[in-house]
Design a protein around this ligand. Sequence first.
Ligand SMILES: Cc1cc2nc3c(=O)[nH]c(=O)nc-3n(C[C@H](O)[C@H](O)[C@H](O)COP(=O)(O)O)c2cc1C
Length: 336
Amino acid sequence: MHETDGVIYSMAPMEGIGTCYYRRVHRRLFPEGISRYYTPFLSVYPNLAFKKRDLREIMPREGEAPEETALRRLLVPQIMAKTAPEIVWAARKLKTLGFGEINLNLGCPSGTVVRKGGGAGMLADPARLDALFDGVFSDPDFPGDGVRLSVKTRLGLRDPEEFDEILAVFNRYPICEIILHPRVQEEYYSGKPHRDLFARTLERTDKPLAYNGDLFTPEDVSGFRRAFPGVKHLMLGRGIVANPALVREICGGPPLTLSEFRTFLREITKEYTAILDNEQQLLLKLKELWYYMGTLFAAEDGVPPERLIRNLRTAKNMGEYRNAMRALFERWPKKT
Ligand SMILES: Cc1cc2nc3c(=O)[nH]c(=O)nc-3n(C[C@H](O)[C@H](O)[C@H](O)COP(=O)(O)O)c2cc1C
């Protein structure tokens, strides 16, 4: 049980969801199998600063428990930055905070981010991307020996074939790992990931290549591993949010029980109650999670109990939310 067979399972960066509050609870209750966590992207401002909110993702808390310190050692901060000086500044700053790796966001598909040239927008022009990495790795201030730089990328903006040129750029620099979500920006999360292009990428780079995309069940993971036995890092996002015990199950552990799930929700609610200003903000945050967690409640005939989830997501206050949740818990799959 809890064997990863030498594979690293990591929790994907997820803005608004995989926050320090979420990670803290998740690690306490479901520590099995996940050996790396990525922060949601930390924006680097052009005046070389992080937001206060983003700093909370990486800074030690006053009087934090030893488990939290241990969790921070498994953390890779992801940054959203568009210029070499911003990346070099972030690398130096994060090195002083004890981090050995930073990850650059080259995959965010959001229209607003892309229009401003960030996230997947940085894949638009491989020559500019090349100049960016040249700027980073030739900067004497880049703490290359102290902090490694990995990238999380898509295949391009519109056409998966764009990735040929992008990969050639990555291959020219000492980037320590490529995490590939094999879709283009325009696809957001629709359709199927282009596994054929992932396979081609494996043949065309000597760098460690990690896979991310649509691994939602233990069966998805075992299928992937049969197809790609050489891939040693699998990053999971929505699957973990939908089922917090997913990686434990992947590693041979028991499935999630209703009692565990209720404890998880209670603890998450407690964390957010402590930091959010009012009930409406709390509701919004919890509803965001329920966007993904609804799949746990597949009815026996395989039809998700959509009406009950809708009640939950339209609840106007915590009382309505709790009533909707109770109704949903009655639909917990029989396997528990
Ligand atoms: C709500 C949400 C927030 C996300 N935030 C980030 C982010 O901050 N940085 C990033 O690189 N990717 C982000 N992603 C993309 C995920 O890291 C991941 O690539 C995507 O969910 C596909 O993996 P999955 O199929 O395992 O969920 C986000 C995705 C979602 C759905």
